[in-house]
Design a protein around this ligand. Structure first.
Ligand code: UDP
Length: 366
């Protein structure tokens, strides 16, 4: 009987990252325990991803959501400890950089169970960014660090973590290429009444862009001035904040702006790969823009994927309306002239999950 491994996940991007790793572990006969912290709980932010991506139902849900960063982290820790003790897995996989990741790493470390950090080594250099501290703490608490790109590996080496760090490639690249084949993109986008390459896909939900009314107004002004259809599967936090700021009515009145409910991953692949530009503050979606072959305008003043910025794939909003509108039209026009490419050159070959499980077997589950 193969050994027991545990995954601890809590939000949408983590379910997507979990899918290829879980599939690989099941293929090799491991007993898997999935713990859902409860951070995302709506059907279209959580269960839909388990169904669509064929991930087994979570074995436990801790039902922790909302609250300040500290309260959420502490609550997850309180509820998680007994669950980890109950199953006592040989190893625990954690993903990305959320409060769920941090809480999981602290609990599992205290119980002396080895941790594999999937998507290790990412650094923005902006300590105030709430996810940055999580990344650093989790990397330093883990036994095996799986870097999605070479730059992340370099960061880990510089922090003295080189002996347990490996470049595996990015599991999001695995997921994108794997599920892309299952998507009937034309059927999915026609559902939204939009045409291939004639719309911009937009998402935003980061604290920096939602917890200030002025910033929200600025974003709406930008959308209003883009002479193109903008389709926005809106994150619940953004929707709630627009409502709180009494801006939702105004947002809905913007003619070219189509707010829709958050969509499943397959719909998202269809929407991203057929758009003419992606505008987002999402770490995941900005990187997927590269897999989709569609350029990206990033809505935060941090260097999110430096390699993609260095080749001009990702550009940052300047927050000067006139500049930004002209940059948007320039990017769209240049893409129309065939300046598109997509390959996994920075993020591996779409087989990161196999490498992660190989390394886990070689270095931990000996
Ligand atoms: N995503 C999705 N449906 C949506 C919006 C995003 O499936 O309505 C996917 C997106 O393709 C990417 C991931 O969710 O794979 C990004 O998640 P999010 O933007 O919530 O978080 P971040 O990556 O910024 O941590």
């Amino acid at each position: 009987m193969k050994r027991t491994v545990m995954h601890i996940v809590g939000n949408r991007p983590q379910f997507i990252k979990l899918a290829p790793v879980s599939r690989e572990l099941r293929k090799r006969g491991y007993r898997e325990i999935i713990v859902h912290t409860g951070q995302h709980f709506d059907d279209n932010m959580s269960s839909m991803f388990f169904r669509q991506l064929d991930i087994p139902e979570p074995d436990q849900n801790l039902h922790v959501s909302g609250g300040s960063h500290c309260k959420m982290t502490a609550k997850i820790m309180m509820r998680l400890e007994d669950v980890v003790i109950k199953y006592y897995p040989q190893i625990v996989f954690v993903y990305g950089d959320t409060n769920s990741t941090l809480a999981a790493a602290l609990v599992v470390r205290k119980l002396n169970i080895p941790i594999v950090h999937v998507e290790a080594g990412i650094r923005t250099g902006v300590y105030e960014n709430p996810e940055e501290a999580n990344r650093i703490f989790v990397d330093h608490a883990s036994e095996l660090l799986c870097a999605p790109d070479k730059r992340s590996l370099d960061n880990l080496v510089q922090e003295g973590l080189g002996t347990k760090s490996y470049f595996t490639g990015d599991v999001m690249c695995d997921a994108y290429y794997n599920y892309k084949n299952q998507v009937d993109a034309k059927a999915l986008i026609s559902k939204y009444g939009i045409k291939e390459k004639e719309y911009i896909l937009m998402t935003w939900h980061r604290q920096e862009n939602t917890s200030d009314i002025e910033r929200m107004c600025q974003i709406l002004r930008l959308v209003e001035n883009i002479n193109k259809t903008v389709i926005c599967p809106m994150h619940p936090r953004t929707y709630r904040k627009l409502k709180d700021y009494k801006l939702l009515g105004k947002a809905k009145e913007i003619k070219n702006f189509h707010i829709i409910e958050p969509v499943g991953y397959l719909e998202m692949i269809a929407l991203s790969s057929n758009s003419c530009l992606i505008i987002t503050d999402s770490g995941g979606l900005s990187k997927e823009s590269y897999f989709a072959g569609v350029k990206c305008l990033y809505m935060l003043d941090i260097d999110v994927w430096v390699d993609l910025e260095s080749i001009g794939w990702i550009k940052k909003l300047t927050w000067n309306n006139e500049n930004d509108i002209s940059m948007i039209h320039d990017i769209i026009n240049s893409q129309m002239q065939g300046n598109r490419s997509n390959n996994g050159m920075f993020y591996g070959d779409g087989h990161a999950s196999e490498k992660i499980v190989d390394l886990t077997e070689k270095t931990i589950l000996l």
